[in-house]
Design a protein around this ligand. Structure first.
Ligand code: PLP
Length: 415
């Protein structure tokens, strides 16, 4: 029997009128903690950023190795972003996707010319890009093979977003807890285990979906041949390969897209995060064969690819490609990892240093949260991906001196 349930309608706010002045007495923390759903555990109030530095509301400076979680590739207050924002906001901010706009079309061209893809769909976030990928894979399969072939094999430890379909495709129970019934049609196998994947493929499977490197899962880098094996299996069985490059794409690993390191091409790829350097934009890219599946009316997004965000994104992508950013990322990533490996020699609690380019993880033999807190005290923003893994995804413009300063802080805090 379903237990009875009564919603009390309790509200703590005593609404005095429809506009109340903000007062200095109310700190940002107080305001947010009173009026915003508490879905985040927030550490402090930030008011300003420049390059790899941010400042809190008391004027304290921090070196930012979180970078909006792999978003601010060109750093905070990048003049490249500011200029594009300024110019485009004077021209045209938003119109419906019922009309063509130049920045959107040009960004699509740039993405296509610099990737495996032929077509782009624009949206606003990573989860939305993955929703589009899931829908495209299902619809393609339905049109090609008829009903019943709709399962997507996903990875344990993966992260694909917080919408109902993307959390159902996410291989972490903590993300799914409380939201059942989940969306059907996803199965899970261990990441970096080709045999497990092979045995999960039956006649209902239409696609395999994975991150080239698991980010939220704890910066897990697969064996160099794993993705090639996945691709070969997809070709053999007629499956679509969907790569979620939302965290690893846009130069993060030292190549524009992480799959380039592994010598494979997906059929569908999703992007978000650094695509707009902080402006909300997501994209799903696919091959020409998939292009006809998404016809007019089959999928849409009101804000997807507005002139404003796509103008910024085009400027960001152009800079990533042309300004030597990828070389710099590879160089700094190598330097950072070398320094962390050196630290590991003297710090027994460091179990492993891993990553590619400037997505770097340090696995500890103990909880990472106290180290994150101690670093914050010392003026460094870092975060944990999984309980015992420190994750570093700084702006790609980070320099040796900034890395050295962080290593110094870790040296003092890691036991
Ligand atoms: C690999 C991956 N996919 C999807 C998402 C979801 O992106 P968003 O938060 O923009 O919806 C994230 C976010 O962390 C991610 O890292």
């Amino acid at each position: 029997m379903i237990p009875p349930f009564q919603y009390s309608g309790t509200s703590i706010s005593d609404k005095k009128g429809w506009f109340n002045e903000m007062t200095d007495i109310e700190t940002t923390k107080d305001l947010a903690d009173t009026y915003i759903f508490p879905t985040y555990k927030r550490a402090l109030t930030l008011v300003k950023g420049e390059g790899c530095r941010v400042w809190d509301d008391r004027g304290k400076e921090y070196l930012d190795f979180v970078g909006g979680i792999a978003v601010c590739a060109l750093g905070h207050s990048s003049p490249i972003v500011t200029r594009a924002l300024d110019e485009q906001s004077r021209q045209l901010v938003h119109v419906s996707n019922l009309y063509y706009t130049r920045p959107q079309a040009e960004l699509a061209k740039l993405l296509v010319e610099n990737s495996f893809a032929d077509r782009v769909f624009f949206c606003n976030s990573g989860a939305e890009a993955n929703e589009a990928a899931i829908k495209l894979a299902r619809k393609y399969s339905r049109e090609k093979a008829g009903p019943g072939r709709h399962t997507i094999v996903c990875m344990q430890g993966s992260f694909h977003g917080r919408t109902m379909a993307t959390l159902s495709a996410t291989g972490q129970t903590k993300v799914q807890a409380g939201y059942d019934p989940l969306v059907q049609g996803f199965t899970f196998v261990p990441f970096d285990d080709l045999e497990a994947l092979k045995s999960a493929v039956d006649e209902t499977v239409c696609a395999v979906m994975l991150e080239p490197i698991q980010g939220e899962g704890g910066v897990v880098v697969p064996h160099p041949d794993y993705l090639k094996g996945v691709k070969a299996l997809c070709l053999e069985k007629g499956l679509l390969l969907i790569l979620d490059e939302i965290q690893t794409g846009m130069g993060r690993t030292g190549r524009l897209f992480a799959h380039e390191h592994f010598g494979v091409k997906p059929d569908i790829m999703t992007l978000a995060k650094a695509l707009g350097n902080g402006l909300p934009i997501g994209a799903m890219l696919g091959t020409e064969e998939l292009g006809t599946v998404f016809g007019p009316g089959s999928h849409a997004s009101t804000f997807g690819g507005t002139p404003l965000v796509t103008a910024v994104s085009k400027a960001v992508l152009t800079s990533l490609i042309k300004d030597g950013r990828l070389d710099h990322c590879r160089e700094m990533g190598g330097y950072f990892k070398d320094r962390l490996e050196n630290l590991k020699k003297t710090r027994g609690c460091i179990k492993e240093v891993r990553g590619l380019g400037l997505i770097v993880g340090v696995e500890l033999d103990r909880p990472a949260a106290p180290v994150v807190e101690a670093c914050l005290e010392k003026g460094f923003l870092i975060n944990a991906a999984q309980e015992k893994v420190l994750r570093f995804v700084p702006p790609l413009i980070v320099g040796r001196e900034e890395i050295d300063r962080l290593i110094g802080a870790l040296d003092e805090t890691v036991g």
